[in-house]
Ligand binder design. Structure first.
Ligand SMILES: C[S@@+](CC[C@H](N)C(=O)[O-])C[C@H]1O[C@@H](n2cnc3c(N)ncnc32)[C@H](O)[C@@H]1O
Length: 263
């Protein structure tokens, strides 16, 4: 807690957040009080949060896989459930593996794999959004990653073709019609291209799966997240691209990950 924070101030922040509908008001108050450096700063942060800005955008970071990941305004906030995707990728990452985080957003997945790997890896990350790319560069500065900007594989160095061992692609996968049902934090404060996956949510995945076999090393895997409802179609998409695909589910995080491997 900041030096200026008294019990009375803490309880007034909690009340303000509760009144604004924040379900985890106590936890959020603790984070805001720790992040603010002056009472004025705290006032600005509490107002922004009460107005619906995601907590992570207000304080500038999210906790992901035990790491503090910088998240700039507009950039997709890494979700807790994606820790399963990062863990699944880490388990496939051997010494010297070439790891690519496509659609990297803040770079949280690449950062988590790099932090968990017990040996050096060759790391790349890419996103179409320049704001996300800048953010990922900061988060991956210590991991020796090359972070590039552009549309899917077009952003990657061509000499990665046929060499990628672990291809993470947490593509946008919300069906367009469901965007309106998302909480306002996502709907209003994350960029639409970070969320919208087209009619059934799998449009970007289809593009990734179609090109993945040309970029994967033999035995290399494409890994992506889906909703439970999308999983059968997502598996079929990966198989139609010639990959051996299987899904895994993490009960704790309620997360589904498909691993699609080049034979
Ligand atoms: C669901 S977010 C995932 C971000 C990050 N991987 C994570 O898990 O926190 C999807 C990301 O895909 C990016 N994206 C959307 N379409 C893209 C495209 N055609 N090429 C590259 N990136 C794209 C968005 O900018 C966004 O950062």
């Amino acid at each position: 807690m900041s030096v200026f924070a008294s019990a009375a101030l803490r309880s007034s922040v909690i009340s303000r957040l509760r009144a604004a509908g924040c379900v985890f008001a106590e936890d959020e108050a603790r984070i805001l009080l720790a992040a603010a450096t002056t009472p004025a700063d705290l006032g600005v942060m509490v107002r922004a949060r009460a107005e619906g800005r995601p907590l992570e955008h207000v304080v500038g970071w999210a906790e992901f896989a035990g790491l503090r990941i910088a998240v700039d305004p507009g950039v997709f906030v890494p979700r807790r459930r994606s820790e399963f995707l990062a863990a699944t990728a880490t388990a496939l990452t051997g010494p010297g593996a070439v790891v690519v985080d496509l659609c990297c957003g803040s770079g949280a997945l690449a950062a988590a794999v790099a932090a968990a790997a017990t040996h050096p890896v060759e790391l790349y990350a890419a996103d179409v959004d320049p704001v996300a790319v800048r953010c990922a560069r900061r988060n991956l500065a210590g991991a020796g990653a090359l972070v590039v900007e552009g549309d899917l594989f077009a952003a990657l160095p061509v000499d990665l073709r046929g060499r990628i061992d672990v291809l993470l692609a947490n593509v946008p996968y919300v069906p367009s019609a469901d965007i309106a049902l998302l909480p306002p934090e996502a709907r209003l404060h994350e960029a639409r291209p970070a969320l919208d996956g087209g009619a059934d949510g799998l449009d970007v995945l289809r593009r990734v799966a179609a090109e993945a076999p040309g970029w994967l090393a033999p035995g290399g895997s494409l890994l992506f997240e889906t909703s439970e409802r999308q999983t059968p179609t997502a598996l079929a998409v990966a198989r139609a691209a010639g990959l051996d695909a299987a899904d895994g589910w993490c009960e704790d995080l309620d997360a589904t990950v498909v691993t699609a491997t080049r034979r």
